[in-house]
Design a protein around this ligand. Structure first.
Ligand code: ZN
Length: 259
């Protein structure tokens, strides 16, 4: 009998000794957990397909009996979605890898984050189904990740004069990385040097995908320019705030350049 069963998304898998893997999952009911999958390298059948990066599985776990401080043991895993359309596409894989690396790095263990689980699951499903462009799914994931993580970037009104985005006359607005806030051109001299200038249209679209019902995300149409600007903003702002650049993000930038 397992001690608990939950749906989980695989964030990271590392080899441990000759036979085992240590795996980090983002679970639906328990937040991020680390488990040991004993003999998983040998008996591939037991976990068939369920131990691949970013796959969703129903996992069965038991607490260690002898060593109370030992790792939770993964006793079984039933694959629910292996996301084949992500796995066989290098761009899709790069995006999904970035999202799971970000969550793995940022999230503490055993802190329940069901909204983050739902966001990652929604983003992987959307990427796999392809009904929303991968670039837009990634913008949606990143802006919502920032909100859930408590960084809550304010793209609603100027940080200093409080004028709302709709009422700011200028077409270009400064986004301050340190504060995570927009600052209109009238107030910009007071702002810090960390940040970038971004067009009002892009900010409005980012605001929309952050605040509207996620199930309506397929209705938003981003122009190529807005996608590019949104990527530049979020893919710089997130590493700035977290204080780390991500390998998967570097890989994503490289393959974009090669295309
Ligand atoms: Zn202002």
């Amino acid at each position: 009998m397992p001690d608990f069963i939950t749906d989980a998304i695989l964030l990271r898998k590392i080899e441990y000794g000759d036979h085992d893997y240590i795996i980090s999952f983002l679970t639906e009911s328990r937040g991020k957990i680390s488990v040991i999958a004993k003999n998983a390298k040998k008996s591939i059948k037991r976990f068939s397909g369920a131990l691949d990066l970013f796959s969703v599985s129903n996992i069965q776990c038991t607490f260690p009996k002898k060593n109370k401080n030992g790792l939770i043991i993964l006793s079984g895993a039933d694959l629910e979605n292996g996301f084949v359309n992500i796995r066989y596409d290098v761009f899709n894989t790069a995006y999904a890898s970035f999202w799971v690396e970000l969550i793995h790095y940022w999230l503490e263990e055993d802190k329940v984050q069901s909204d983050l689980y739902d966001l990652l699951k929604f983003s992987l499903d959307a990427l796999n189904e392809g009904n929303i462009s991968k670039e837009v799914v990634s913008l949606l994931f990143q802006i919502r990740f920032m909100s859930i993580s408590g960084f809550s970037p304010n793209i609603e009104n100027c940080e200093i004069c409080k004028k709302s985005l709709d009422h700011i006359e200028q077409k270009h607005i400064r986004f301050d990385f340190k504060e995570g806030r927009i600052i209109c051109q009238n107030c910009v001299k007071i702002g810090s040097k960390y940040g970038m200038t971004i067009s009002k249209g892009t900010l409005k679209q980012l605001f929309w995908i952050n605040n509207n019902d996620i199930s309506r995300a397929d209705r938003i149409r981003f122009s190529k320019f807005a996608i590019k600007e949104g990527e530049m903003l979020l893919e710089a702002f997130i590493p700035f705030h977290i204080g780390r650049d991500f390998k998967s993000l570097q890989f994503l930038r490289r393959i974009r350049q090669e295309r």
